[in-house]
Each structure stands twice: as structure tokens, then as C-alpha cells.
Write a protein of this length. Structure first.
Length: 392
């Protein structure tokens, strides 16, 4: 008995400014390509059931093109695997703020997809001896949650949910999607289910016995380089979906070949470098990229660069790299400033991100807002703006 576990497709995701010849944002096209590739793999593997654990779309109101594309891909699965149930839940990105708004995911009912948008639903497939408890983001975000336990009604019992499992996410929350519902591991009892299919975290992660985040199919967060770091720390080799054997509990990654690479070049320490020396060192880093930077997503962090040195760099060359890559980010970071306190003792001057962090850490928030995620989002936005100003 095998199931396909996918999540966090984020169809309709847009980033950077380049468009395809058809006028579609290039990253939106990349995300669609990744899903088509995953569907090709699912059809080749011929699982007994298909699970999509939330965030099919990047927004509550996706573009018509994204909706049509998703419908076509689910139609392919339904046509080639007519006996395989498809279970789809809503994630935080495709959940309307008001339940009265309605969800675009209900459209897929027309294809025979079993959809859970706001409340938990238990789907039964007697012909497969399979029961699936589908728990969308909204159900986990409520004060009274559903009981996340198997009911003993079937030989194979699967939980699919979209949320943030406590204690799993990295301490640097810049790679964590904001707005997830917090779930304790003891709430869903890893080891009690035939399988637990989670969505929300974009890096493939084992949660416990027979429990996984399958990760996203593309780099669709605001910090793709942080995702690269998390993947390296976890030993994850890029993006994939999971083909899960419910009898053995083995979850097999099925890789996705990305449309382009996301590259975080080795950092440079620009301390004590002249503008000419720094320009040469940056050029060496870029020239050393295997296959070049054309059409890739690239970042280079350079620390210890005074503002006047950054201004003296050859910006015509920088513009050339930006035109060549899909996205080229030269992240110039100034030296840590010091100040005189008391009678002359050196001390660190508070930066703008520090000030923002201090303010947001004390600001009163509405109920249900994750303060850590809120603070991280604000600090990252300010830091990003500062980096762009320094680069310009």
C-alpha cells in the first residue's frame, strides 16, 4: 500500500521581475513546472492514494492561470489513476481570513478530489482499507482542536495536517513560513498512525516514526538561501516529494529537477579591502560558479564593507550580473559600529534592526499572533531594506 505525499506547491508564487515570453512571472512558471514534474512522477509510481498537505496556492485569490493549471494537473491524476483517492487540505496561504469568503479549493470537488478547507474531515476508502483524517490549517488554528488520533476504523490510518510542529523548526526562523498553527508532537502521537503527512515547513524533515514534512517542490519562501542552509544541515539533497510504503513505513524521496539553481556563494570578508581589491574578489567569486550565473538565483554576502567602499564598486559590472542572472543579490554588510559610553568604554551601537526587534518584542499583539515569527518578519524586512540601500 503506497501513497504519494506532496505539500507546499504555492502555485501562483511570484518573485523578482523577469517574465516568460508568454508574460508569466518566471518564478511562477518555475513553480508550475515543479508541480508538473511531480505529477509525472506520481503517475509513473502509481500510488494507491495521493495526499496534498496544504498550500496548493500561494494566496487565497490565485491567478486564473494558476487555478487552471492546478485543475489540469489534478485532472491528469484523476484520468490516469481513476481508483486512487486524492486528498487535499487547505494550508495557511490558501485559507481565507473569513469562513464566509469561501475557498477556491472547493473547485476540485468537481474532479472527485476530497477537500478539507476549514474543518477536519475523516475520509474512508473501504476498498483500500484506508482512513484519512484531513486537518486543514483553520482547524488547527482554533482554540478547540480536533483530536488527532486514529479511530481504529481501518487497517491503514493516515493523518494529513498543515501546521508548525513544536521543537522541529530551526532557531533561525527566517526560513519558517509565518502564520502556521503550532502543534505539539504529543498531540498527534507519532507511531500510532500508519503515516503522518505534514505540510508547512519547506525543508523535508522526519518528525518521528512514520511522520514527515515532505517539504516544498520549489524555493518559494522569502529566504531561499536559508532553505539551502537548512537542507545542508539536515542532509537533504534538494527538493522532492515522498512515496510512502504504509506497510514498511519507508518514505522514499522522489527528486524534482529544479528549473534553475539557487546559489549562496561563499562569503567574503571585505574588511581592510580597497574598492578595487573588493571588486576583484567579488568578480573571482562570480567567475568561479560552475556553469556560470546565467538565469540562476544568486546571493553573495560580503561583510565588513564601509559605506564609502561599497559606493566605489563598479556598478556597471554589478548591473551586468543582475541582467545575466534571474536574480543577483550582492549583500554588502557594514562593519559593526561602536560607540563611546560612560567615560570612554567602547560599546556596540544599536542598529536599526536591533531597534525594530526591541520595539516589536514589547509591542502588544492581537491574540493568536506568534510573537517570535512576527518579530523575525519585521527584522528581516528592515534588514533587507538596509542591504538594498547599501547595494545601491
Amino acid at each position: 500500500m503506497k501513497i504519494a505525499h506532496l505539500a507546499d506547491l504555492h502555485l501562483g508564487f511570484r518573485q523578482y521581475h523577469r517574465q516568460t515570453p508568454a508574460g508569466i512571472n518566471q518564478r511562477e512558471a518555475d513553480t508550475a513546472l515543479a508541480f508538473r514534474q511531480a505529477v509525472d512522477g506520481v503517475l509513473a509510481a502509481r500510488p494507491d492514494a495521493v495526499i496534498v498537505a496544504g498550500d496548493l496556492f500561494h494566496s487565497v485569490r490565485p491567478t486564473n492561470a494558476a487555478i487552471v493549471f492546478a485543475f489540469q494537473q489534478f485532472q491528469r491524476i484523476r484520468a490516469d489513476l481513476p481508483d486512487a483517492p486524492i486528498v487535499l487540505i487547505a494550508g495557511n496561504h490558501d485559507t481565507p481570513r473569513s469562513t464566509e469568503t469561501g475557498s477556491i479549493l472547493r473547485l476540485f470537488d468537481e474532479l472527485g478530489v476530497d477537500v478539507a478547507t476549514h474543518e477536519a474531515r475523516r475520509f474512508s476508502y473501504p476498498q483500500l482499507e484506508l482512513s484519512v483524517l484531513a486537518v486543514p490549517h483553520e482547524a488547527l488554528a482554533q482554540a478547540e482542536r480536533p483530536v488527532l488520533r486514529p479511530d481504529g476504523s481501518a487497517r491503514y490510518e493516515v493523518l494529513v495536517a498543515h501546521g508548525e510542529v513544536d521543537g522541529v523548526f530551526p532557531s533561525d526562523r527566517s526560513t519558517v513560513e509565518y502564520g502556521g498553527a503550532l502543534v505539539r508532537a504529543d498531540e498527534f502521537g507519532p507511531g500510532e498512525w500508519s503515516y503522518v503527512a505534514f505540510g508547512h515547513y519547506h525543508v523535508q524533515t522526519e518528525l518521528g516514526p512514520r511522520a514527515w514534512y515532505c517539504g516544498s517542490l520549489e524555493y518559494v519562501s522569502t529566504n531561499p538561501w536559508g532553505e539551502l542552509r537548512d537542507e545542508a544541515e539536515k542532509g537533504v539533497a534538494g527538493k522532492s516529494w515522498l512515496l510512502v510504503n504504509l506497510d514498511t513505513g519507508i518514505a522514499e524521496p522522489r527528486p524534482i529537477i529544479p528549473a534553475r539553481r539557487v546559489l549562496d556563494l561563499p562569503r567574503l570578508d571585505g574588511s581592510d579591502m580597497s574598492a578595487e581589491e573588493l571588486q576583484a574578489a567579488i568578480s573571482d567569486r562570480v567567475a568561479a560558479v560552475p556553469g556560470g550565473i546565467a538565469d540562476q538565483v544568486v546571493r553573495l554576502v560580503v561583510t565588513g564593507v564601509p559605506r564609502h567602499v561599497g559606493r566605489q564598486l563598479d556598478h556597471a559590472v554589478l548591473r551586468g550580473w543582475k541582467a545575466e542572472a534571474l536574480h543577483f543579490q550582492l549583500d554588502l554588510r557594514r562593519p559593526e559600529p561602536t560607540r563611546i559610553t560612560g567615560v570612554g568604554a567602547p560599546g556596540r551601537r544599536q542598529t536599526l534592526p536591533d531597534i525594530v526587534q526591541d520595539y516589536l518584542s514589547r509591542r502588544q499583539l492581537p491574540a493568536g499572533i506568534d510573537r517570535a515569527a512576527f518579530v523575525n518578519e519585521g527584522v528581516e524586512l528592515v534588514a533587507s531594506a538596509e542591504r538594498e540601500l547599501a547595494e545601491d
